[in-house]
Write a protein that binds this ligand. Structure first.
Ligand SMILES: [Zn+2]
Length: 357
């Protein structure tokens, strides 16, 4: 699919390409889910297109089509991958770089003027892998280009960052996200569109969840209608359902042999769920501070009076952050979600007993 949005970054790349001034090592940064990998692939098409006008790739010549379908012999995609010969579920390994990328770059390119390597979520390279890449980043073989994408550039070694030219992408306009959804045959849900805030990848993750149900459970535990363990269970069940929907979609993509979107793992699903809860919390604080429900991104609770005052609600953010940390530290999700429910219930109950004589 052709690239949608990111016009300013595109102009920067086209202008640099036409002056022969585009760096051979690029770091594409920006929030998760805004299409950094799609942009990196567009840069590769712009570099190799056989019919580009003003360096804008045509997306139709054989070279562009092969890049679009991830079938170009000179394009190498590197990402965390447990199915890869040298890969791992948890990180991009040093062997993926040392035995995969570096020898491939040493060979004569088959069709293009050089090789292109896209390292997706480059922050997932372990330190050894990053160190193994340094020399190649500094002096890649003639005509080759390396593109690293990341939403967490602070995690990368300084030595990696200093060897790359940074291209920072912004979230998309809602109109662009809608256009992207239409191109993918997705129905746009206004609630999810608002929550996605210009991040199509996040929109896709959000579409796996029942967002209103999550908000109702959140309101329930704060108002004391729902026990902490029941809230934990609701979160776990919602994650299970999201996984099932994801499996269905993956199966459909395989059946139709269409290219699937970027891989979504459990960590991303949990992050998305927490992001929904945090956004809803911000909305509740707004409502409690007197804002109208039109200022909210998530559904307003049926009875806002049942909720704690704004100030204790702000304290709930710390509870959410703690839960995120628990989940990151591989505490069993069931325990972490129930802990989150307990923390939130404590805030809710404390307020009600404190505010009512
Ligand atoms: Zn082309």
């Amino acid at each position: 699919m052709s690239l949608i949005g990111h016009q300013e970054a595109r102009r920067t790349v086209c202008s640099a390409l036409s002056r022969g001034a585009l760096a051979h090592a690029l770091l594409v940064t920006g929030e998760a889910g805004i299409g950094k990998r799609a942009f990196a692939e567009w840069v590769v098409r712009a570099s190799w297109c056989e019919a580009a006008s003003d360096r804008i790739p045509c997306d139709e010549c054989p070279s562009c089509r092969k890049v679009l379908s991830a079938n170009h012999p000179d394009l190498h995609l590197v990402a965390r991958d447990p199915d890869h010969e040298h890969g791992s579920r948890h990180e991009v390994t040093v062997n993926q770089i040392r035995l995969g990328v570096i020898p491939a770059l040493g060979l004569r390119p088959l069709e293009a003027s050089g090789h292109a390597v896209i390292i997706d979520n480059a922050d997932e390279m372990n330190e050894e892998a990053q160190n193994a890449l340094l020399k190649t980043l500094e002096e890649p073989p003639r005509g080759s280009r390396l593109l690293l994408t990341t939403s967490r550039e602070d995690v990368l070694l300084d030595t990696i960052r200093s060897r790359c030219q940074t291209l920072r992408l912004s979230p998309l306009e809602d109109a662009d996200v809608k256009q992207l959804c239409a191109a993918r045959g997705m129905v746009v849900d206004e609630l999810l569109l608002a929550l996605a805030r210009g991040r199509p990848g996040r929109l896709h993750e959000l579409s796996l969840f029942d967002v209103p149900a999550l908000c109702v459970a959140f309101d329930g535990v704060l108002s004391g209608r729902l026990a902490a363990t029941a809230f934990g269970r609701a979160c776990s069940e919602e994650l299970d359902r999201a996984r099932e929907r994801l499996d269905e979609l993956t199966q459909q993509a395989e059946d139709t042999t269409s290219a699937g979107g970027p891989e979504i793992d459990d960590t991303r699903l949990r992050r998305t769920l927490l992001d929904v809860l945090r956004t809803h919390l911000r909305d509740l604080v707004l409502l409690r501070s007197g804002a109208s429900s039109s200022a909210c991104l998530t559904p307003a609770p049926a009875d806002p009076e049942q909720l704690p005052e704004a100030e204790p609600l702000l304290a709930a953010d710390a509870v959410l952050m703690e839960a995120a940390e628990d989940l990151r530290r591989h505490i069993p999700p069931q325990v972490a979600w129930s802990g989150l429910g307990l923390g939130l219930a404590t805030i809710g109950v404390g307020v009600r007993t404190g505010s009512r004589p």
